[in-house]
Design a protein around this ligand. Structure first.
Ligand code: ADP
Length: 317
């Protein structure tokens, strides 16, 4: 009987364990280094921009509206900084509006108030010499004041979206003709000739009082800014399911460089000269807001020296 004996060479277990342990240490060290590096990169890409945005937001809260948020890194951070940039722009607009409002309103209130006071004082001191012109001036200035206050209230309501529309279907043509004719009666004595032209009745679903107000603002502007030729034509036309109302004057017209701004609040082309005649610089911004609320459109075509055509358009029912 033959028997075999196998001998295997066994490397000492101790040596293998220590090699493995050494490799493990190296792997752990590499992983720790890698995690630290990753943490630094993530911190740079997330935490740093967030810190910058937070510092910017603090500056914004302190009233520094020129703050620019420059979000870099992840898409969400970019979106956040874009949103904050928009918020900063909107806040700066509100701030500018507030400043403009303070400056314009205080100036426009002071002038008529001073006039009313001085005329009233004159009438008080010399009651025997009161003339109709003096009482007329007081009445005119008081009217201008109440117009200004109403305009400012309208603008603030329109700006904050608190203007509610009282919609009803009505005959726009009849309504506008009535307003045009009543205004024509008022200004006839000063030589103005307001004509109303329409191809037929147009019905709209709108807030009659607001639309009348918008139309009246355009009509009053046409009267204010008419020069030698005092004819004003109101032309109503219907096309493609829309009614267009154009108020045409032959006045001074508007310079092309002023055209983009006239619909803005408080914008007046001739800032001093016509103050006594013209209004508050709010009329056209009110028109624009009212027409926008009705999902309509408005615009102007004008040539300096030849006159202006202000128009608005509403969907018919
Ligand atoms: P205002 O109260 O000054 O008339 P508006 O907002 O109604 O304010 O008009 C803004 C500016 O647009 C006016 O100051 C004027 O210069 C110009 N404007 C408006 N309507 C006319 C017009 N029919 N002809 C010429 N300029 C006009």
């Amino acid at each position: 009987m033959v028997s075999f004996t196998f001998y295997a060479i066994i490397t000492p277990v101790e040596a293998t364990i220590s090699t493995l342990r050494f490799q493990l240490y190296i792997i752990v060290a590499i992983m720790v280094l890698f995690s630290v590096a990753l943490a630094i990169i993530i911190a740079r890409r997330i935490a740093k921009p967030i810190e910058e945005i937070s510092a910017g937001a603090k500056a914004l809260a302190d009233g520094n509206y020129a703050t620019h948020f420059d979000g870099h890194g992840f898409l969400e951070i970019k979106e956040l900084s874009d949103t904050l940039n928009t918020a900063a722009t909107e806040l700066s607009k509100v701030e500018n509006l507030r400043r403009e409002l303070m400056a314009n309103v205080s100036h426009d209130l002071r002038t008529p108030l001073a006039l009313i006071y001085s005329y009233a004082e004159m009438m008080h001191d010399f009651p025997a010499e009161v003339t109709p012109q003096q009482t007329q001036t007081i009445m005119d200035e008081a009217k201008r004041l109440s117009g200004l206050v109403n305009d400012v209230l309208d603008v603030s309501r329109l700006e904050t979206g608190r203007m509610e529309l009282n919609l009803s279907a009505y005959n726009l043509t009849e309504s506008l003709r009535g307003t045009a004719m009543r205004t024509a009666e008022l200004v006839k004595k000063d030589g103005y000739d307001i004509r109303f032209e329409s191809g037929g009745d147009a019905f709209v679903r709108a807030d009659e009082i607001k639309i009348t107000q918008a139309f009246y603002n355009l009509l009053v502007n046409a009267v204010h800014y008419s020069t030698a030729d005092k004819t004003i034509i109101v032309r109503q036309s219907v096309k493609n399911g829309k009614v267009k109302v154009a108020v045409i004057d032959s006045g001074d017209g508007i310079a092309p460089e002023d055209m983009p701004y006239i619909w803005e609040r408080y914008y007046k082309v001739d800032k001093q000269h016509r103050r006594a005649v013209a209004g508050t610089g709010l009329g056209l911004s009110i028109v624009k807001k009212i027409i926008e609320l009705h999902h309509g459109a408005c615009g102007v075509e004008s040539q300096p020296g030849k006159g202006s055509t202000f128009w608005f358009e509403l969907p018919i029912v």
